[in-house]
Design a protein around this ligand. Sequence first.
Ligand code: ZN
Length: 250
Amino acid sequence: MEPSPLSRLAELLTEADSVVALTGAGVSTASGIPDYRSPGTGLWATVDPMEVANIGAFRRDPARFWAFYSHRLASLADVEPNPAHYALARLEEMGVLTALVTQNIDRLHRRAGSRVLAEVHGSIDFAVCLSCGARYPHQRMVDGLAAPPGIPTCDCGAPLKPGVVLFGEDLPADEFERALGWMERADLLLVVGTSLQVWPVAGLPGVAAATGARVVILNATPTSYDREAAVVDRSPVEETLPAVVRLLGG
Ligand code: ZN
């Protein structure tokens, strides 16, 4: 009889010295954050994210950008980590997981307790000034949005941009370099809640595999790496990951 995906995954986790996780929107859907690639959901139902959450649009018309992005920030204000986030943090604490790379900007991995973390698409944790390079904590955006004219601004007067990577913007080089290094040293890569459609992150499993890592896919929909993966499991990650933690005695 074939072992279940869960027990096979637990076995792979036990064997590997260096385990890295790569997460995406599917980890946060159980926290109530819709994936903008699922059409007709929430905030993204009536707008094209590529058009509005775009660096060109921000530079052209920051007021219009913030009229939309203020809703995005507000929708992320009350969300909480879910069992998938907590399970990944627990795996790190148990010494099973070496590092975590996420495309999510919602801060939920950090809030769940993950420490060795690369947020390759940035985070709403901070805001940046494209004019003078200053960085501000999240609260600066909240305060700026609450007071007229409703645009967070830098001390230098320029409008602030959320610390997330907008469409058309490069990834933060330091975060991506760290992620690449972890991929190259990984024995096992867990791809969790991402269908690997966004580059350059979509290329990271290839980097890990080329340097000898096995790849595990925990995602609701197919990915381009399913065929090479050691384990593919489509069940909800907020159930799978806590079950794996329990199997490993954590
Ligand atoms: Zn500035």
